[in-house]
Design a protein around this ligand. Structure first.
Ligand code: G
Ligand code: G
Ligand code: MN
Ligand code: NA
Length: 250
């Protein structure tokens, strides 16, 4: 069986699952939403993380139907939690790949997933990376503008690891920057790394963007971020990505 065929079979056979990791607002310690993280529950190899199959999916075109499934399933699950917990402000964040971002029907697919689940676009967050917008910056701005006008929130993932041009960033219609975990992990290790985190937070503030710190693992990192003006966190300190039954809501 070719890997591409295996992927289609897996989708058909409902072998893909979504794990969820909470994003927490420290001001009042509440969960504001969840990032959906894809897993392949392989009958032979066990639970596979995206690094094992995303690239193949991306290069084979399979990423498009798979991405549609992720959108639909994450919206369905969010609606269920909203109803169950009576927390209708909760959001779900979905990672987009480069191919998906280029899909001319992305807009429609996103709105369909949201509507089908009984949500509104403001409940959905899409995560993109810098490298995805650089290829066609103007076109990307258009797509993002249109999505944001409808209410979809846009987060810039892995910030600081790519070719971040500050010139581009100021013109990019995003709501939130996610500080990459590599910077968070270096907090307290060297003076320079604290400086990078502080600079990103200050810059985001000046651009009117919010900041989520990724990969928060310790109380020390949390305290530093809090003092530096970052109030939204995601990381093992709160919860590892978990299947829906194990997800915490507080
Ligand atoms: O938890 P973690 O190992 O799952 O995620 C690894 C990488 O896979 C991250 O960079 C994340 O952005 C990516 N990823 C996770 N879920 C999805 C998904 O549904 N679609 C795409 N395109 N990427 C994903
Ligand atoms: O690239 P992206 O940010 O979408 O991927 C999220 C990845 O980060 C997932 O693989 C997730 O499991 C991982 N992750 C989230 N929080 C932590 C953390 O606190 N520590 C570590 N080591 N990984 C984390
Ligand atoms: Mn992400
Ligand atoms: Na990231």
């Amino acid at each position: 069986l070719q890997i591409k065929q295996a992927l289609y079979y897996a989708l058909e056979n409902e072998e893909f699952v979504l794990f969820y990791q909470p994003q927490v607002c420290e001001n009042d310690s509440t969960v504001i939403g969840y990032e959906a993280l894809l897993r392949w529950s392989h009958p032979e190899y066990g639970l596979l993380t995206p690094d094992k199959f995303i690239e193949i999916a991306e290069n084979s075109g399979f990423i498009i139907p798979m991405g549609e499934w992720v959108l639909k399933e994450s919206c369905r699950q969010l609606k269920e939690w909203q109803e169950f917990y009576g927390r209708h402000e909760l959001k779900v964040s979905v990672n987009l790949s480069a191919q998906q971002f280029k899909d001319r029907y992305l807009d429609d697919k996103i709105l369909m997933a949201v509507e089908e689940a009984g949500l509104t676009p403001k409940h959905l967050v899409i995560e993109i990376t810098e490298s995805m917008v650089l290829e066609d910056f103007k076109g990307s701005v258009k797509v993002l503008d249109s999505l944001r006008k409808r209410g979809v929130e846009v987060h810039l993932d892995d910030f600081g690891t790519g070719y971040s041009s500050l010139n581009y960033l100021s013109k990019l219609p995003v709501d939130t920057i996610k500080i990459d975990k590599s910077f968070v992990w270096n907090i307290g290790k060297t003076e320079q790394d604290g400086a990078i985190v502080r600079a990103i937070i200050a810059m985001a503030e000046n651009l009117g963007m919010k900041v989520i710190a990724e990969g928060v693992e310790s109380k020390e990192q949390l305290e530093y971020l809090k003092q530096t003006g970052c109030h939204l966190y995601q990381g093992f300190y709160y919860s590892k990505p978990a299947p829906p039954v194990g997800v915490v809501v507080y």
